[in-house]
Structure formats: C-alpha cells, structure tokens
Design a binder for this molecule. Sequence first.
Ligand SMILES: Nc1ncnc2c1ncn2[C@@H]1O[C@H](COP(=O)(O)OP(=O)(O)OP(=O)(O)O)[C@@H](O)[C@H]1O
Ligand SMILES: [Mg+2]
Length: 608
Amino acid sequence: MPASDPEGVPTGAAATDTVDASATDTETAAAPSSWGEIARLARRFPERRWAAPLMVLLGVLAAAADTVSVGLAVMLLFALLDQGARIAEAGGVLARIHQALQSVTGADTAMIAGVFFALILASAGLVYAYQLMTAGMMNRVAERMRDQVHRQYVDVGYRYLQGREQGELLHILATETWTVADGFYHVARIGVNLCAIVVFGVGLFFLSWVVGLTALVCAAAVFVLLRLLSRPMRRLGRETLAANQILAERMLVSLQGMRTLRVFAQERHVLRVFGAASSRVRRLAVRAEGLKALIGPLGEAGSLGSLIVIVLVAGRAGVAAPTTIAAVLLLFRLQPHLREIEASRIALAGLNASLRSVRAMLDGDKPRPADGGRVYAGPAGALRFEAVSFSHAGRQRPALAGVSFEIRRGETTVLAGPSGSGKTTILNLILRLYDPDGGRITTDGEDLHGFSRESWLGRVAIAGQDIGLIEGTLAQNLRIGAREADDDSLRRICAMVEILEDIDALPDGFATRIGASGQNFSGGQRQRIGLARALLRDPDLLILDEAMSAIEPDREERIRTRIGAMMQGRTVLIVSHRPDPAFRPDRTIRIAAGRVVGQKAAAGDSAA
Ligand SMILES: Nc1ncnc2c1ncn2[C@@H]1O[C@H](COP(=O)(O)OP(=O)(O)OP(=O)(O)O)[C@@H](O)[C@H]1O
Ligand SMILES: [Mg+2]
C-alpha cells in the first residue's frame, strides 16, 4: 500500500505507484482492444445498424465533394470571366465537365456559372449533412451511454455501489460516457479514410502497378513505425483515467465535505491535495498531446521516405516520368488520409481504458436486488427474520449471524443494541437495500423477496439516521414520501410534526431550497422534515432510526403521541442504542455483535 495523506489520497510519487499498480491489475492478456470494446458497446444500438455504413458513405462523399469543390470554384471563376476556352485548353476531367455543360447549355456563360455555383452549393451541402450526422451520432451515443450507466447505478444492488468509489462512479457517468462517443467517431473516421485510401490506391494501381505496389509496402512500413506510439498511448490512457477518478473524488470531497474541512481549518490541505490531483491530470494530458503531436512529424518523415523509395523504384522499373509525377501527386493527396487514420488509431488506444470502464460498468454481471413479481397487498401479519445472516463487502466478520426475531403487526417494537451491532443493517434488509446471504425474511409466512420492491416499499417508510434530505426544495423532499400528495396533506403532516410554523416563516415557504444534505436547516428541523416525509407516505410499517434525537423532550413527547395515534393498529419499528422505556414499546429486541441477545415483550421477558 503506497503512502497516502490522512484522507487516503495518494500524493506525489505515491500517486504514480497507485496508478501503475491499478493499471497492471486491469491489464490482462485477454483485455479487448479498443476495437473490441467499441464492437461490444455498438451492440447497445441494435436499431441503428445502418448508421455506421451511412456515416462512412457520407464521409467519403463529403471528402470527395470537398476536394471537387476547389476545382469547381476555379471553373466558376473562369466561367464568370468568360474564359471557358482556357478550361478546355487545360484538358483533363474539368475540361470534360465543361465540354459536357457547353453541349447542354450552349455557350451561355451565366448558365454555366450557375451550374458550377449549384454544384459548389451541393458539395457544401454534403459536407454540412456529414457534419450534422456526425454531431447527431456523437450526441446520441453519449446520451445512450449516459442513460444506460445511470440506469445501471439505479438498478444495481446497493451493496455493489457501496463498494465503489464515489469519484469513480461520478467520473464514469459524467465524463467517460463522452469518450465512448469519441471512440465511435474515430472508428467512423478510420472507415472514411480507409475508403478514400482505397479509391486513391486503385487509381495508383491503374497508373502503374509497380508504383502502386511500392506505395503499399511503404505505407505498411510507416504503419508499423507509428504503431510504436500506440502502446505508450494505451498506458497513458489508463493513467489518465485513474488520475481523473482521483480528481473527481477530490471535487466531491471539496463540495460535500466543505463544512467539515473548514471547521477543522483544513483549507490549505484541501488546496494542496486538490492541486496535486489537478496537476497530475494536466501532466498526463500534456504527455498524451505530446505523443499525438509526434504523429505529424513521424508521418511526414515516413511519407517523404516513401516518395523517395517510390521515385527510385519507378525509375529502375522504367515507369514514364509523367506517370511517376501523377502517382506522386496522388500520393500527396493520400497522405492526410493515412495520417488521420494513424491519429484515430492512437486516439483509440488512449481511449481504451475509458471504453473499458464504461463497458465493464454496463456489463450485466452485477448483483441486482431480488425483485419478485407478486404485488404486496397491504397490511400483513408479522415480519419475521428467520436465521438471517449478512456480510458487508470486504468484511470478514458477518454484520448479522443467524438473526431470528419477529416484528408483530400493530405493535411498536424497539430494536436496541450498541453502536455497530447491526441495527441499520437489519433496517437495510427490511428496506430491500440488501438481500440476505442466508436465512430469509418473511411477512405473513411469505418470503419478502417474492414481492415486487415497489409494492413492498410503497407500504413502508423510514425517517432518521442515514435517510437524509436531498438537493431540491422542501416540497420536493416531502413528496419523495408520496408523489401525489396535495398541498393540504403537506401542511397537515407538517403541522403534526411541528415544522409548519418554521416553513411558513420562510419567504419561499415550501419552495425553499434544502441545500446540500439539508444544510439550510437546523438539525432538529431536518429531523422534523424527515419525519413529515415518512408520515406523508401513510405507511403500514413506520421505521424510526434515532429519528428524534435532535428534538427537545417536550416537543418529542407531543410528536410521539400524535404519531402513536396516527399509527394506531399499524406497525412501528424504533431503533435505539438503548432500550428506552419512554418509547412505551410492546416488544424490545436487543442485539449485540450481529446476534439477538434478548427479546422482551411488555408482558414478560424471554432471553434469546
Ligand atoms: N457499507 C458497509 N461496508 C462495510 N461494513 C459495514 C457497512 N455498513 C456497516 N458495516 C459494518 O457492519 C456492522 C454493523 O453496522 P450497522 O450500521 O448495522 O450498525 P448499527 O447497529 O446501526 O450501529 P449504529 O448504532 O452506530 O448506527 C459494523 O461493524 C459496521 O462497521
Ligand atoms: Mg445505525
């Protein structure tokens, strides 16, 4: 483990070690190339199989149109100057076009100029259509990837997400999904340029097969030479990905942890660590640009060498001088295409790690919460834990080891136990954030996981510890409990938990923004808003996880009485560190170190 600063973020040389280590971890012999990754990602667009060939076709046409329009512009100029004869003198394709036009239109200068102008406009239109299509394709790819990664985050098992770094998840969603669009773009460009090369290449073979063959051999040699750049580019790509993820993590820390860091006067430290992460991203980007910039001069040298070889070979083979010159001109036209192919290939190598991270995130091998098809029809009998065990990812000791107990319908049950004993884990199992590793949870004798999550959770509500307020307005936060709740219900529930007065005193009332994690409100106000949100759901099972710890005793007593009246005949589960008689529970379940150590009904006592 490399040295790291107190927040676990590797700095300086240590950061490089971490990155390299993770790079070798992910670098397996069987790791797909960028082409393989693109091919796999392309399967996510089954309805658009025509898009790639169409893009390449349009690209080739656009490239051709771009080239032809220069000639057309010259002809237009001559036509406007009434110098048509000059064009005919020049010979070649342009002269033939001009002749054909003349035979159709007569010698009408304005007409010929008009036709040339129309042809130029048509070429420009083609180029425009290609660019529009490229933009459309790239944005569609980015959107699809973004939506699919986001859906994965929403659908995948909560335990899996908890085991991943927040910065990594954010970076994949916000940034890497765009690199997939880049990847598709480069693949399309390679297709376009290959087609152009084939067209020019065929022309070359028509001129002279000796020249054509020599050019082919030379192109292969340059290709191999430039390939040397791909390997360092792949490595740089992996390092850049890791550095960007660390930077995203730092951004999250700065945004989410600013209060904590400020009150501990950690600003200078935050700046230093962020600066280090930021500068590493810069250094890697500069190195990548440096590598890409090598393509130009290397390609230039390669093509110049090729030309020399071709001229020499052509001379030896007795190819006529005009043919050699025509071939050399053709080769010059070929160069930009060859170079762009190389640039795209190297860019693709650099994108490999990013493509892989998106593809790996989208792969369907992730654990998903069990979601039975049956609809939970409402108030049921007891909720029973039967020898339930559960371990958190990366922990050796199970958080729950064969836990059995019963929460009876219509009762208030207190779940008590010291910190770290497994109370929240039990709640997370009831709330279907986790599935048990062993044993089962039943309601009325039926496995909880046989019911659809939505129908079960629609009848459950929780307030307290880790169920914070989220970005948005007060009303939006409350309506998480019940989407359709009208304003009157909102006011009634808020009055019940004594938060209405506070809200009415705000200039924006229910439209007040909550701020990150509810920071625009006091701790006790946040708890009362959380309570209102849970009660708005009108649940069969209400869970309160230390939900009133920041509310003064008098007020707590009043709110508890009202909640008791509202939940009459329904189930309440209260989580607390200690068995507190003030809750007046019907039953208390005591747990310690992931086991039930005692159960006490209001009527009597029975040790587990
Ligand atoms: N996401 C997690 N990853 C790994 N271990 C976890 C995770 N969440 C909880 N644990 C571990 O599982 C055990 C039980 O934790 P849990 O949160 O259920 O305790 P708790 O009884 O709710 O404690 P507290 O009263 O402090 O809230 C603890 O040892 C804790 O460190
Ligand atoms: Mg807890």
